[in-house]
Write a protein that binds this ligand. Structure first.
Ligand code: ADP
Ligand code: MG
Length: 384
């Protein structure tokens, strides 16, 4: 550990009353927008473990009781936990929401669970099992299609579980899905932006605002006297992963927004580009999306959410590009001489792209649900 991080850890331990009786922090494992996460040894896990016996080399990921009983009693076993120190600047409601949802989400091996939580003064920490994982940037270019299938199956299994409880995660992206390539298993973390879906899943944007506005002739530049009422919607999430309905400020967003973000991860694998979409603001993000999907589909999608889509940007075509051609272009495949677009793709890749089309449908009503995705041949017949 570098001296600065050690200092940070020491300060944290000293400031949080009695935490050192329960945990010994061994390293810092991550840092997000709203927290710092530390890897720690749960000192209560096994009474025979004392400070002097702790040895990283003999430690392993949490072993269930049945397996533990078969272990040589002299072999020291350590249970690692992840301690999420939520920044004190987060609102109490936010912290409460995250802990409450986590508590409801126990029971899936692909979703993180909450072991316990503590508060000391204004500092709240959440304690979760620690999951060994690899940094996404280290493997996303290297996975074979069957390995990508395993990853996506893990992710959709997590989503199906979360969505069945009517919870939207809202921030599906690689840093929130901890994946262990060797085990082919991933765990969904970070419910800091998650929320409960409080409706029947029908998008009422269009209904609530009467007939959708008639598309007007494109106006150059931004309208000067914009009479339209402004629209507000939850747009929490991460740039590049926001679903079109989030960008068009739909105020009844459904669990399908997570499916879109999972689709963006799949697109990242297939195109070997990360991040694939990268616009910092929503208008640019809509333009980025339009460059791929084209004007026709974007207009239809906007109308669905009571908005209009018009642009004078000449590089945005009517029909857009197929995801196959985007992947071919992104991975610099040689242009087939007399062949057609898509000819450079393997059968495996074509199957992946078929699945991708269904998860990246601009129309959330037609987009697969997590449960449907798990029944898709792409996720049921792995490696065949
Ligand atoms: P934030 O809300 O600040 O984004 P996260 O819950 O996403 O916080 O955690 C930030 C990072 O900490 C993750 O990207 C991951 O690297 C690491 N991390 C979080 N939870 C765990 C865990 N249970 N096991 C191992 N590492 C974790
Ligand atoms: Mg995070």
């Amino acid at each position: 550990i570098c001296p600065e991080v050690q200092e940070e850890i020491d300060e944290f331990m000293a400031s949080f009353r009695k935490l050192d009786l329960h945990y010994k922090i061994v390293s810092k494992t991550g840092e997000g927008t709203f927290s710092s996460v530390y890897k720690a040894i749960d000192l209560r896990y096994d009474k025979y473990i004392n400070e002097w016996d702790l040895d990283e080399r003999t430690a392993e990921y949490y072993s269930p009781r049945s397996k533990r009983q078969r272990l040589n009693p002299r072999e020291k076993k350590v249970k690692y936990v992840a301690i999420k120190k939520i920044y004190v600047t987060s609102s109490p409601q936010r912290i409460h929401n995250e802990l409450e949802l986590l508590k409801d989400l126990t029971g899936s091996k692909n979703v993180v669970s909450l072991i316990t939580a503590f508060r000391h003064l204004d500092q709240v920490i959440a304690v979760m099992p620690y999951f060994r994982h690899v940094d996404f940037r280290d493997y996303f270019r290297k996975l074979s299609i069957p390995e990508i299938q395993l990853y996506m199956r893990s992710l959709f299994t997590a989503l199906k579980f979360v969505h069945a409880k009517d919870i939207l995660h809202r921030d599906i992206k690689p840093t929130n899905f901890l994946y262990d390539c060797a085990k082919g298993r991933g765990v969904l973390v970070d419910f800091g932006l998650a929320e409960r879906e409080e409706h029947d899943g029908v998008c009422p944007c269009t209904r609530a605002r009467g007939a959708p506005p008639k598309p007007t002739a494109p106006v150059r530049g931004y309208p000067k006297n914009d009479q339209r009422p402004s629209k507000r919607a939850n747009r929490a999430g991460t740039r590049g992963f926001r679903a079109p309905e989030v960008l068009f400020k739909c105020n009844r967003q459904t669990t399908k927004i997570d499916v879109w973000s999972a689709g963006v991860i799949l697109l990242t694998f297939l195109s070997k580009r990360f991040p694939f979409f990268n616009s910092p603001d929503d208008i640019d993000a809509i333009i980025e999306m339009a460059t791929v999907f084209g004007r026709v589909k974007m207009r239809a999608c906007a109308t669905l959410h009571g908005a209009t889509f018009e642009t004078g940007i000449p590089t945005i075509s009517e029909k857009g590009h197929s995801l196959s051609s985007i992947v071919e272009w992104a991975t610099s495949r040689p242009k087939p001489e007399a062949g057609r677009r898509g000819d450079s793709l393997s059968t495996e890749e074509k199957r992946a792209l078929d699945f991708l089309e269904k998860t990246l449908d601009l129309d959330h009503r037609k987009r697969l649900s997590a449960a449907e995705a798990l029944n898709d041949p792409f996720l049921t017949n792995i490696g065949t």
